[in-house]
Structures are given as structure tokens and as C-alpha cells.
Ligand binder design. Structure first.
Ligand code: SAM
Length: 235
């Protein structure tokens, strides 16, 4: 936790917060902070600054907060992600949030196992928790929006064209002959396939609406590795 993310109901006055639970535990056990020390804080979807500890007890910590700067610039990347297996989902969401990705669509695809859609990890509270962990890691405050789309075709045909308008539309696909571009200065909508990859018909549907299949080399990466690799390569 490189930043303590604060929410409206943490504030007991305009500039003072009171925290308990996981954040208190972390300040005590990991930072081993004491009264008078100051830590990096940020307000959810707001500014970043410092919190000076005014009171530290077993059940709560209080801090005086000064917010004096904006959070880091978001990555202009919309991620269309075939729903990964539940075990991987948490890591991918936290990782994407820490990279500064602000819009994620979790999409069905032919090779996504149906059972993944009933995972409790898809619950909004879990997706929010994973996003918060990623933001705290990266000292960001702006939560990503995460949408679920259980039907590939209607999403790709009816929604994705307008979502991708004005962006470079790419689908990461290992057999593609075109290399993934580097160091772009434009927004990108990037589709990433499931563990078994997108099937040909799915790639064809994406190509029909302007997505270019691109490869990042002969090494086939796991989704949780492909996401940061692609984000770093694109920007
Ligand atoms: N056997 C699958 C295939 O050939 O498509 C591998 C799927 S890979 C584990 C999961 C996703 O990560 C892929 O669908 C793709 O979006 C992305 N990916 C992984 N390695 C890649 C590479 N070398 N080039 C392009 N995309 C890659």
C-alpha cells in the first residue's frame, strides 16, 4: 500500500480522517508508523497528498490530511478482456488498475468456460476491492469502470464500434502477422483473448469493425503477463 485511499465516510471533519480495519492494520504492521509521521494518502476519484498521524490506537487511526496534487495521468487504453479464469481475475484487475487503465470490459468468448461467469469474484464488491488494491499500489485514486458482457456478438456488433471510435483498435492475437505498434500517442482499444485464444470467427468479427490483429512475438504470454507487456509496449 503505497497510498492510503480515503473515502467520503472516512472524514470526521473537512481535513481529518479516522480509519479502522485493513488500512489501520497496514499502517501499524507494515509502515510501523507512529504519531506525527506522515503517509501518502489520496481521496477516491480525487487528489493526492499527505496524512499526518494525530492519533494511533488499537481500534483506529486519525490523520490530518492535506491534498495538494492530482493523481497520475490515466493510460488512454480501454481493455476488452475475455473473462479470465477466476484465479487469475483478481491479479489482472489489480494489475490493470495499477497501470492506470480506467475502462475494462470483461467479455465472453467461445473459449471462456461458462462456469467462470458464476464466480463470486465477479461480484462488484470484489472487483472494487481488487481495483482499490491496484490503485493503492500505484498511488492513484481514480477507480476504473468495469463492465461485464456475457454475449460476445451483440457486444462486438452493437456496442464496441462506438466504444472504439476515435481510438486505435487492436486485438492481441499470437498468430497475427502484424507486429503490435509501440510508443503510441493516441488512445487504444485493446482486445485480449481467453486462455485458449480467440477463435477465427471472433477475430473475423473484430476485424469487421476495424480491429487489427497484432502479435507481440512468438512467446505466448499468460493474460496476466500479456496485459502489462502490451500496456508498456503501446505507451
Ligand atoms: N493458444 C492461445 C492462442 O494462440 O491464441 C494463447 C492464448 S494467450 C494465453 C491469451 C491471450 O493473451 C491471447 O488471446 C492474446 O490476446 C494475448 N497474447 C498472449 N501472447 C501473445 C502474443 N505473443 N501475441 C499476441 N497476443 C498474445
Amino acid at each position: 500500500m503505497n497510498l492510503i485511499l480515503l473515502f467520503d465516510d472516512d472524514f470526521i471533519s473537512d481535513s481529518r480522517v479516522r480509519l479502522a480495519g485493513r488500512r489501520l492494520q497496514h499502517v501499524r504492521d507494515v509502515h510501523r508508523a507512529t504519531t506525527g509521521e506522515s503517509l501518502v494518502v489520496g481521496v477516491s476519484n480525487g487528489r493526492v497528498g499527505r496524512g499526518t498521524i494525530t492519533h494511533l490506537a488499537d481500534d483506529a487511526i486519525e490523520m490530518d490530511v492535506v491534498l495538494d496534487r492530482d493523481p497520475p495521468t490515466p493510460l488512454p487504453l480501454t481493455l476488452i478482456l475475455a473473462l479470465p479464469r477466476p484465479k487469475v481475475l483478481n491479479r489482472v484487475i489489480a494489475g490493470a488498475a495499477s497501470l492506470g487503465i480506467k475502462r475494462i470490459v470483461l467479455l465472453n468468448a467461445w473459449r471462456v468456460e461458462k462456469s467462470y461467469w458464476s464466480s463470486p469474484r465477479l461480484a462488484p464488491e470484489n472487483l472494487r476491492t481488487q481495483s482499490i488494491l491496484g490503485l493503492e499500489q500505484a498511488r492513484d485514486t481514480v477507480l476504473p469502470s468495469i463492465e461485464l458482457r456475457r454475449l460476445f456478438r451483440p457486444f462486438v456488433e452493437d456496442e464496441l464500434p462506438s466504444m472504439a471510435r476515435g481510438t486505435r483498435a487492436l486485438v492481441a492475437h499470437p498468430p497475427a502477422t502484424e507486429e503490435c505498434p509501440r510508443n503510441l500517442r493516441e488512445p487504444v482499444t485493446l482486445a485480449i483473448g481467453p486462455e485458449g485464444g480467440f477463435i477465427d470467427a471472433e477475430i473475423a468479427s473484430l476485424e469487421r469493425i476495424g480491429f487489427a490483429p497484432v502479435s507481440i512475438g512468438e512467446r505466448i504470454l499468460r493474460v496476466e503477463t500479456a496485459v502489462p507487456f502490451l500496456a508498456a509496449r503501446l505507451y
